[in-house]
Design a protein. Structure first.
Length: 256
């Protein structure tokens, strides 16, 4: 009963938050009275539905999402390798830590401008997204790995449990319980970084490129509609991976 009540309250407060944001938007529109600063609620959603009817929008959407997924997978693979090396070897950790700190402090705008000279507008956003996600994922995976009980590791070694079995049956489940809930947030962050990089790079046939074009022609309803699209995608990603994390947690507990 408590769970059902909590879920109902969560839905009610979520709806209340959405309604409040819509009301604030409408009030701000009439208070400012300038379509070039704040577009109207109706025009924005009309532009949103118009986008959904165009093949160019869906092509741009797929290109951006595909780049984001590729960048995330590359980042995750690099982070997994670097985290494992850092966990197993002190010298590797001492070497990798400064690299992680350096990547965290890189100014995104400057990196994009440099990468546009070295590569092109399609590749630069992917590299930038990797540079942002990699240190974040490395820290998350390494933190989860450090939490694993050392006594448990020693016991598995003492009983000569094969390393692959240890990895699949013990280490991965323990780490996944911490890492999985954060994947949705990381993917959403990657999407935002990707689109920002596409805007700055003026990447052709991408959500960022469409935003840049809308800004150049002062099409504020279209720009707001594209922004809402990104918000919806981010919320959907968070929802999907929240469900995946819950299913994984139930599976680990042996719930049916």
């Amino acid at each position: 009963m408590k769970f059902i009540k909590s879920r109902k309250l969560n839905i009610i407060f979520t709806l209340f938050a959405v309604i409040s944001l819509c009301a604030a938007w409408i009030i701000a529109y009439y208070a400012v009275g300038n379509d070039y600063i704040i577009p109207s609620f109706g025009e924005t959603f009309a532009s949103l539905f118009e986008c959904f009817t165009k093949a160019s929008f869906w092509l741009a959407f797929l290109n951006t999402v595909l780049r984001t997924v590729v960048a995330f997978l590359i980042s995750f693979a690099l982070a997994l390798v670097s985290a494992v090396l850092s966990k197993l070897n002190f010298a590797a950790r001492a070497f990798i830590n400064p690299v992680i700190v350096l990547l965290r402090t890189l100014p995104t705008l400057a990196v994009i401008l440099i990468l546009l000279i070295w590569s092109n507008a399609k590749i630069a956003p992917v590299i930038v997204t990797v540079l942002v996600l990699f240190p974040l994922l490395h820290t998350q995976i390494l933190t989860s790995a450090d939490v694993v009980d050392c006594e448990l590791c020693d016991m598995l070694k003492a009983y000569n449990v094969p390393y692959l079995r240890r990895l699949i049956k013990v280490y991965v489940p323990l780490i996944s319980s911490d890492v999985l809930p954060q994947i949705g947030a990381n993917l959403s962050l990657g999407l935002k970084v990707m689109i920002s990089a596409e805007v700055l790079s003026n990447t052709y046939s991408s959500l960022g490129g469409l935003m840049q074009t809308a800004r150049a022609y002062l099409e504020m309803p279209r720009l707001a509609a594209l922004t809402l699209t990104v918000i919806f995608i981010g919320l959907l990603i968070d929802l999907i991976f929240s469900l995946v994390a819950k299913i994984n947690a139930q599976w680990q507990r042996g719930d049916k």
